[in-house]
Design a protein around this ligand. Sequence first.
Ligand code: PGA
Length: 252
Amino acid sequence: MDNRTPLIAGNWKMHKTSPEAVETAKALVKLVADTTDVDIMIAPVFTALDPVSTVVKNSRVGLGGQNLHWEKEGAFTGEISAAMLVSAGCQYVIIGHSERRQFFGETDETVNKRIKAAIEAKLIPVFCVGETEAERDADQTLSVLDKQVKKGLEGHSEGNLSSLVIAYEPVWAIGTGKTATKEQAQEAHQYIRSLVETDFGDALSNTVRILYGGSVKPDNVTELMQMPDIDGALVGGASLDAESFSRIVKFK
Ligand code: PGA
């Protein structure tokens, strides 16, 4: 994977109250204290960000939001802005997760605006793409990725995407225990990297980190990470437990 530093990210979804999140974060900070050459991020629920930020400060663990709104402030009940995430201690934000797309009406257009807002606020966007099972069965995987990546990044320039992280998460593999094979994942990652190269050039396509997500566990992470275009993992279920997540972080 060339010189790309792997990123292992934990998406805690709608799990853990603040005290529970703090407890898990404390355990994780200890378990990964001796790691090097890997970036680590956890994304707890919004209400836990501030207390967890105190726990992870000056540790190996970074902090991320699970979503953000593109406006700076205003009458947008239930939403949160980039500046609010930054002030709660975040360096990262997950954007366009398939659960947002499936259950909350997220579209490629809104994903595009959220990525812009994240970059303006100097948050690292973790931009999620991936096909459903029906789309894979209909042989549409690459065309779905093509549309999601192009529309999500439309109007951006190479210069402002330097921190971009993309997460390939086949919807059929999320929370199902069905992981993509390392060959299926590699094919998708290589294709996504080629899309970045076409639209933004070599330099960005060589440095952009592409994570795999979908039932990543301690016992399958190592073989996935051996693939040349897999630069890390976005982990749901197995990130909720500090011990299992730390084993994924230490995939080598
Ligand atoms: P999972 O979730 O690891 O539980 O499959 C991954 C994700 O949704 O980011």
